[in-house]
Design a protein around this ligand. Structure first.
Ligand SMILES: CC(C)(COP(=O)(O)OP(=O)(O)OC[C@H]1O[C@@H](n2cnc3c(N)ncnc32)[C@H](O)[C@@H]1OP(=O)(O)O)[C@@H](O)C(=O)NCCC(=O)NCCS
Length: 149
């Protein structure tokens, strides 16, 4: 598969936002309450994504003209969004995105990377040698997560 990892750019927001929303609904939403799903989707719009891109590191995996995955880091040490389109999963796209953002975080002197992972992705992070800290939690918006460091 011919894939490049590149920075999010100006006109990616519609496609990337749709990728996040559809992958979330397909893979992640099953562990959320109804309120949690509504709360996640409310913040996931092309406009808000574009705004976040001004401050955060956002990388995409491009396969031909299609965007297959996205990863986003906040404050150089916290992964805040990470989604690979279901039809591209388990083909190494997530690993490539993760390795690249980890390298950028290290270059910016982050020693620790914090992740509030979906339950679905915990196995992925364990394969990347990350460790769970504590038990799965649910926040006041009904969003379920597992802390990983
Ligand atoms: C987590 C996610 C980004 C991984 O992307 P991916 O492209 O499928 O990952 P890779 O193909 O690089 O997988 C690397 C390894 O992890 C394993 N893996 C990936 N996702 C997995 C999952 N959900 N469950 C179990 N193992 C998984 C792969 O089988 C592979 O193992 P291998 O090297 O032994 O073959 C993707 O599954 C996804 O978008 N999930 C839904 C959204 C989500 O939960 N995001 C995380 C929010 S923090």
């Amino acid at each position: 598969m011919n894939m490049i990892i590149r920075k999010f750019k100006g006109d990616d927001e519609e496609e990337v936002s749709e990728l996040i929303r559809s992958t979330f609904m397909k893979c992640t939403s099953k562990d959320f309450t109804k309120k949690g799903i509504e709360s996640f989707l409310k913040h996931e719009t092309p406009e808000k994504l574009k705004k976040r891109a001004e401050k955060r590191i956002i990388l995409v995996a491009a396969v031909g003209k299609k965007i297959a995955g996205v990863i986003e880091a906040k404050n150089e040490n916290r992964i805040s969004r990470f989604f690979v389109n279901a039809s591209f999963q388990k083909r190494g796209v997530g690993t490539k995105l993760y390795q690249k953002i980890e390298r950028i975080c290290r270059q910016r002197k982050s020693k620790v990377i914090k992740i509030y992972s979906s339950l679905d992705a915990v196995k992925f992070y364990e394969k990347m040698d990350y460790n769970k800290t504590g038990k799965a939690m649910k926040n006041r918006h009904g969003i379920v997560y597992q802390r990983i460091i």
